[in-house]
Design a protein around this ligand. Structure first.
Ligand code: GAL
Length: 451
């Protein structure tokens, strides 16, 4: 059995992590352009000024995608490259850059999947408060209009926002990513509510100005948890742990805080009760805007917790075992794709795309000039086996995007952390297809039938 004939095999990247060209052709500054200049925020004080130089190498990079056999490519647009001040004047060079990429992808039969926002807020808007300012609903909608008008004649698939959880927790709560804030719970809940409204407004705007019928979703994250034992109690505990939290501090990092309002039109009941006293004023029209119908649910998955039931309550098993790779030290837990997609589909009954999944390794070029990333191959095989099982049991999963197409600027970890199917030598910008790229090619060609 394979994944079904329409299954989409892809790979993903994000603008700030690969493009470079940070100060070229009229691009405006974004919050990472300045955050990375603050000493010791990023390993080795790395930054994305040049990154993979994709801004100049997009054409040969697309040729490599073709060589891997990708059916789809998920990438994000740099908001400040298109609208240097976030709103107002459009930068034609930015539009041209993405037009070139879209045209070249289509010429190579690779379907573009565009993310509007992957964390690189225009600096001009951050200065006005960023996601804390309710005006962001209008700003994001204006940007979505420009995107729809310029690209939706050829692009059908859009995601509004990548990982609201990380935007809020890492950027606004713990301050380890741009813009580096340490907000209180009420401030966070307010910003997250603005973000949800901005998502809804972008959905409406994309559809209003679209030149064809679009398929729209978003790409959250959050644990994909697994039962310790396959008993009904542990299975329910794992499910529950994925869709609940017990402390307002955890709200903006959870999955349900975004998925439930977007899909069900209301915040999750028990969790809302916990947070209510910290919440901003919420109106019915807010919830209508937030829950504008979407076509699919994305989910970024790297690993999950093992969960057991303790008197009906979920208990996280402290060490699920498995290999923990440096520098992230994330455990390798292949079954999370099986359980997570099942739980997700059971709850939301929506088509799912795995919008990111992958493994960082300390890859090196061997004597033979190749990159033998056997750990990554093992990871991909294991995770995809789990995904296949879930699909065969009825979960409606439409596609899978490997994170990442190529090694890139891995946020706090800079360049030492390598997630790519393609190795990038940052001194020469030379690319080498890793062994995992060849394995992925085989999986795509055979539609996963040997998994
Ligand atoms: C995700 C993020 C990506 C990438 C990945 C690996 O959270 O969306 O940009 O960095 O993690 O850490």
């Amino acid at each position: 059995m394979d994944f079904g004939k329409n299954f989409i095999w892809g790979a993903a990247t994000a603008a700030y992590q690969i493009e470079g060209g940070a100060f070229e052709d009229g691009k405006g500054l974004n919050i990472f352009d300045t955050f990375c200049q603050i000493p010791n925020k990023i390993d080795n004080n790395d930054n994305g000024n040049i990154a993979c130089d994709h801004y100049h190498r997009w054409k040969s990079d697309i040729a490599l995608m073709k060589e891997i056999g990708l059916k789809a490519y998920r990438f994000s647009l740099s908001w400040a490259r298109i609208l240097p001040e976030g709103i107002g004047k459009i930068n034609d060079k930015g539009i041209e850059f993405y037009n070139n990429i879209i045209d070249e992808l289509l010429k190579n039969d690779i379907e573009p999947y565009i993310t509007l926002y992957h964390w690189d807020l225009p600096l001009a808007l951050d200065k006005l408060g960023g996601w804390r300012n309710p005006e962001i609903v209008r700003w994001f909608s204006e940007y979505a209009k420009v995107v729809a008008e310029n690209f939706s004649d050829r692009v059908k698939y859009f995601m509004t926002i990548n990982e609201p959880q990380v935007i809020m927790v890492n950027g606004y709560q713990q301050g380890v990513l741009a813009p580096g804030l340490n907000l209180t719970v009420p401030e966070l809940l307010d910003a997250a509510h603005n973000l949800l409204k901005a998502h809804g407004a972008a959905v409406v705007t994309l559809r209003t100005y679209a030149k064809q019928s679009l398929s729209i979703g978003y790409a959250p994250c959050g644990q994909f948890n697994m039962p310790l034992n396959e008993t009904p109690e542990d299975i329910e505990a794992a499910r529950r742990s994925m869709f609940s939290f017990d402390d307002p501090y955890k709200s903006v990092g959870s999955l349900v805080w975004y998925n439930d309002p977007i899909i069900f039109g209301k915040y999750p009941e028990n969790e809302f009760a916990l947070c209510e006293k910290y919440m901003p004023e919420i109106t019915d029209s807010d919830m209508t805007l937030i829950s504008q119908p979407i076509d699919f649910l994305g989910h970024n998955v790297y690993w999950g917790h093992m969960v057991s039931s303790s008197d009906g309550m979920p208990e996280i098993v402290s060490d699920p075992g498995g290999f923990k790779n440096p520098p992230h030290k994330w455990p390798v837990t292949p079954d999370c794709l099986y359980w997570g997609t099942k739980f997700l589909y059971d709850r939301y009954k929506m088509p799912i795309y795995i919008t990111e999944n992958g493994k960082s390794c300390l890859d090196e070029i061997s004597q033979d000039g190749k990159v033998h990333d056997t750990e990554r191959i093992d990871y991909i095989n294991g995770y995809l086996k789990g995904l296949k099982k879930s699909i065969l049991e009825g979960s409606d999963v439409r596609g899978y995007f490997q994170w990442s197409l190529m090694d890139n600027f891995e946020w706090t970890y800079g360049y030492k952390d390598r997630f790519g199917l393609i190795y990038v030598d940052y001194n020469t910008q030379k690319r080498i297809l890793k062994d995992s790229a060849y394995r992925y090619n085989e999986i795509i060609r055979t539609n996963g039938s040997d998994l």
